[in-house]
Ligand binder design. Structure first.
Ligand code: AHR
Length: 504
């Protein structure tokens, strides 16, 4: 028996739209060949673009209301020196991208191009796609970070604003989100939490407020379940930060053999789901520690890297992290969004890794062609929750046996938007069985005049995915499996499905 009780009168927390954020690193074909064709005359001639940024990618991301974009890394951020990426293209120095494939980075995509990209991703009638810039703490100086902020955000006269104007930009961009290092416990400098906490305080001091956008300073948070990192950071530096990041990837195997992205069996499907559910435990664990030091929940938890990580596709550069994206990824995305929505009290932002051609991408490109992945359609479906009022729910779900434990087959979240429409999103991970669900919305009357509609993402086989030849194999379609019954709704959820039902 599956049941959801929704308290429609108890909404309190807003689901921050930034939960639906993205991450794009100088890694593989995410920026170069993904977003950016400005340094490749052949690509630029055959792919429609605006100032080097692909029009198809920008339009697809505008459609899902991308709220923010994190850049330039990832591990790359801690070896990136932003002044290498400004000024005339031919004068920009080249460097080796030591983390990702040892390829030459020509710095053609830098600060101006990234902020132009964020502008092109913004829907003129809605909130803009906010830049989230990750500063270099591992190999960069306090002065570098401080000048980057000044270059982007100051409107007066100064050496940095002179330089910006010389490079063709008069007004500041007012970038609000600033990361102070990335994975400083690992690729970002192998620091101890105590050393990083002191460094965070020092670097963050010089992330100045120039008036146009009060900086939201994000500290490097823990790797997965390193609760000691969170404790030390909150104790020593909590008062100086606005957000604390968390990185967690869903990997069915281990780091050596992660598993294939598209060729997998039912056992691997279920293990992947169990590992995706683990995000809930992580958020609860880190939030409990944050609550000790920050009971008013001023500091946001910023899950700025999440998603599936599988073995790279054969024949591709192992350093480029290119993987296929199947119905399984759609379920993982739905589970994560339900978890983030339900923790709206603490999770302020999340960023899928990574937008195009890397890890759990929403877009894949091949020359001039581009496809939307199953994960893209989940972002599309869940955009109704952006900035909506979270409705707390109680879920009773059947379980699926897994090794010596079991996992629930359903996950869910609900919200009410500004037009008082209620949206209930549900995932059914059961690989074979349809699940019948009763939804009991308390605190509102579901009269026969209520307009019921819905959308679904599903497919016949768990490894189904979109290809350049068959781009619509997995997509979002109308859902007719919900009906009004006395006391609420009855929903028939097909196996392996992500569904959103609307009550208007
Ligand atoms: O997203 C790929 C990499 O994973 C990032 O560069 C790093 O932060 C993480 O380890």
């Amino acid at each position: 028996m599956n049941r959801i009780i929704i308290n429609t009168a108890a909404g309190g927390e807003r689901i921050s739209r930034h939960i639906y954020g993205h991450f794009s690193e100088h890694l593989g074909r995410c920026i170069y060949g993904g977003f950016w064709v400005g340094n490749d005359p052949a690509a630029a001639a055959s792919i429609p673009h605006t100032r080097g940024i692909r029009n198809d990618a920008a339009a697809a991301l505008r459609k899902i209301k991308i709220p923010n974009l994190r850049w330039p890394g990832g591990c790359f951020a801690d070896e990136y020196h932003w002044k290498d990426g400004i000024g005339p293209g031919e004068e920009r120095p080249r460097m080796i991208n030591t983390h990702w494939g040892g390829v030459i980075e020509d710095n053609s995509f830098g600060t101006h191009e990234f902020l132009d990209l964020c502008g092109q991703l913004s829907d003129p009638s809605g909130p803009r796609c906010e830049p989230y810039i990750c500063g270099n703490v591992g190999s960069g100086t306090v002065q570098e970070l401080s000048q980057w902020v000044e270059y982007c955000n100051f409107d007066g006269l100064s050496p940095m604003t002179d330089l910006r104007r010389k490079n063709g930009r008069d007004t500041p961009w007012n970038a609000r989100f600033w990361g102070v290092g990335n994975e400083s416990w690992g690729c970002g400098g192998n620091m101890t939490p105590e050393f990083y906490a002191d460094n965070f305080r020092r670097y963050a001091t010089y992330v100045r407020n120039y008036g146009g956008a009060v900086p939201y300073k994000i500290a490097c948070g823990p790797n997965t379940d390193d609760y000691n990192w969170t404790r030390v950071l909150m104790e020593k530096a909590g008062a100086f930060m606005n957000g604390l990041s968390l990185h967690y990837y869903t990997i069915p195997g281990d780091w050596e053999r992660k598993g294939s992205a598209a060729a997998f069996n039912e056992a691997e499907w279920l293990v992947t789901m169990r590992k995706a559910y683990f995000m809930d435990e992580l958020i609860r664990g880190h939030s409990a520690i944050m609550d000790e030091f920050d009971p008013r929940r001023r500091v946001g938890l910023i899950v700025d890297e999440w998603g599936t990580w599988f073995d790279v596709e054969s024949g591709t550069n192992p350093g480029f992290l290119y993987q296929q994206n199947t119905l399984r990824d759609a379920l993982v995305a739905g589970i994560h969004f339900n978890i983030f929505n339900n923790h709206a009290e603490r999770v302020f932002m999340a960023n899928i890794a990574q937008t195009i051609n890397v890890l759990q991408s929403v877009l894949l490109t091949e020359g001039p062609r581009m496809i939307l992945t199953p994960t893209y359609h989940v972002f599309d479906m869940y955009q109704v929750h952006q900035d909506a009022l979270m409705l707390p729910l109680h879920l009773e779900s059947e379980s699926r046996a897994l090794g010596f434990g079991s996992i629930p087959v359903l996950s869910a979240s609900a919200s009410e938007d500004e037009n008082r429409r209620i949206h209930i999103s549900i995932t059914n991970i059961d690989p074979v069985k349809e699940q019948n669900l009763k939804i009991d919305p308390r605190g509102c009357t579901v009269s026969p005049s209520v307009k019921l509609s819905g959308q679904i993402i599903t497919a016949e086989k768990m490894g189904d995915h979109n290809t350049f030849e068959k781009p619509g194999a997995v997509k979002m379609t109308d859902f007719n499996g919900a009906s009004l019954v006395p006391g609420g709704l009855a929903v028939e959820l097909p196996p392996m499905s992500v569904v959103t039902v609307e009550l208007a």
